[in-house]
Design a protein around this ligand. Structure first.
Ligand SMILES: NC(=O)c1ccc[n+]([C@@H]2O[C@H](COP(=O)([O-])OP(=O)(O)OC[C@H]3O[C@@H](n4cnc5c(N)ncnc54)[C@H](OP(=O)(O)O)[C@@H]3O)[C@@H](O)[C@H]2O)c1
Length: 338
């Protein structure tokens, strides 16, 4: 009898121990640790601390992932390791004085991203406005571009000319303006300036799927950005995800359709209706639609009120239904030839 009681006690003890260890496993799973994570668990406090440090940037900035927009900081992390603002100012067709005043208005209003190009003839004005500003150079992000023809044929000279005209120490990003003869040669020359620290990041403009497929295997530094025509009447809904899936950020030019088309686009009844519902302008709706698609915006303007308005995009959000309504406006209607 005594033996039987001992056996029952022993069995009860064994069963309760098994239950204990199952409970412990369930608690670990609930706290985010999986059974398989045991094998990779830190072996010392130091390792544990460094593991926690590693994930902090992700939690605090939300931008530790390349290409993901951080709406708090208004930046995106590029594949080059640099952060770029997700909204700024385009300077196409702005004369020297207009350009200087517009860049100054942008910087005074909190904008930090400026897009220029050799072709716009205003790199010197951009540089002067940046130098005259109280904003520290490292907070400002300047994009410029070199052009096919003479510039692609002599890229070192073209790049040095841009550095000299801008005169702001380094260029944050340089793009090839569009595909053309010697484009690979020009890009490889830009890569050398990256190695020398004179250019931080590289990119392309007016490159679509076929052009990218041909171009990318021929270069060493992956482009951090592709800048293409994008607006509600020309949406590139097939090209955008293709580029983004390569870890490349997409930036849109002609967000309002470009000069000569802006009144039609800003007056579009669907966009106006959505603007009214949010008590914002059509321009703000179009820019916000771009940001929610993960497209960086560089609207052009010489009007300080418009420049401020175009930066004020974070007090409202478009619903999925509103995004869809704008997506349905696509007419595949290109407003320039590139
Ligand atoms: N890579 C390329 O091949 C390429 C080609 C074209 C353009 N881009 C770049 O993309 C940028 C944007 O294109 P874009 O400037 O030509 O055209 P856009 O941004 O589509 O339109 C500019 C026009 O919109 C008006 N505008 C701006 N903000 C407004 C607002 N809040 N309300 C009403 N109207 C407003 C401007 O007038 P106000 O001056 O009166 O504000 C200007 O007439 C260019 O500046 C350039 O940096 C690149």
């Amino acid at each position: 009898m005594k033996r039987l009681i001992s056996a029952i006690l022993l069995l009860t003890l064994l069963l309760s121990c098994t239950a204990c260890s199952e409970n412990a496993e369930q608690t670990e799973i609930a706290s985010g640790e999986t059974a398989s994570s045991e094998s990779t668990a830190p072996t010392s406090n130091q390792e544990k601390e460094s593991k926690e440090d590693d994930i902090k940037p992700n939690e605090t900035t939300g931008s530790a992932e390349v290409g993901k927009f951080d709406f708090e900081k208004k930046t995106v992390l590029l594949n080059s390791g640099y952060e770029m603002p997700i909204l700024g100012l385009g300077t196409y067709s702005l004369s020297d004085e207009e350009c200087y005043n517009s860049v100054t208005a942008l910087l005074e209003s909190g904008g930090r991203l400026i897009d220029t190009a050799y072709m716009y003839g205003n790199e010197a004005a951009v540089g002067r406005a940046v130098r005259d500003s109280d904003v520290p150079r490292e907070e400002i992000f300047v994009i410029t571009k070199i052009y096919p023809g003479e510039q692609f044929a002599n890229p070192e000279k073209a790049i040095q000319d841009a550095l000299d005209k801008l005169d702001i120490g380094y260029i944050d990003m340089m793009l090839l303006h569009h595909p053309g003869e010697n484009d690979v040669k020009a890009y490889l020359a830009m890569e050398k300036f990256v190695e020398d620290g004179k250019i931080h990041s590289l990119g392309l403009s007016n490159f679509y799927v076929e052009e990218l497929e041909e171009f990318l295997p021929q270069v060493h530094i992956p482009p951090a950005l592709v800048q293409n025509e994008i607006h509600p009447y020309y949406q590139e809904n097939d090209v955008i995800p293709y580029i983004q899936n390569l870890g490349i950020v997409v930036q849109g030019w002609y967000p309002f359709g470009g000069r000569g088309h802006t009144s039609e686009l800003l007056g579009d009844s669907v966009i106006s209706e959505i603007a009214e519902a949010h008590d914002v302008t059509s321009a703000q709706v179009i820019l916000r639609w771009n940001l929610q698609k993960g497209v960086v915006v560089i609207p052009g303007s010489s009007n300080p009120d418009h420049i401020r308005e175009n930066l004020d995009l974070f007090g409202f959000a478009l619903t999925d239904a509103e995004m869809q309504r704008i997506n349905e406006l696509d007419r595949h209607e290109k407003h320039d030839w590139y």
